[in-house]
Design a protein. Sequence first.
Length: 130
Amino acid sequence: MLITPAYAAIFGLLFVLLSVRTIRLRQQLQVAIGHGGQPQLERAARVHANFAEYVPIALLLIYLLESQTIGQLWIHGLCWVLLIGRMVHAYGVSQVKEDGRFRTAGMAMTFTVLILASAGILWGYIKFPL
């Protein structure tokens, strides 16, 4: 059984939570478009957008790596690092008085997953050319 779809479902639910959080802030602050000069809303929207920018490509790369029959432990590890990285990033960026260490750590974890998954896929083609 494939592992990545289960993690994709978890990320899907997390995406909905981030969406609902942004929607509630928009309703509470009465801002339909943009951020209306509200730092909290601007940060919530950026957390949501950043998630949407990075998670799909990361999951796609992990799935493609999994399709090359790499070990399950690698797939779980990459998914967990991505999940923790996205949560750490979301926490850090959500703070109006941001501690940049959380943003940096979250992005470092995300980039690590992107690099390792990409390298693993390329290694599969180098090791076993078509």
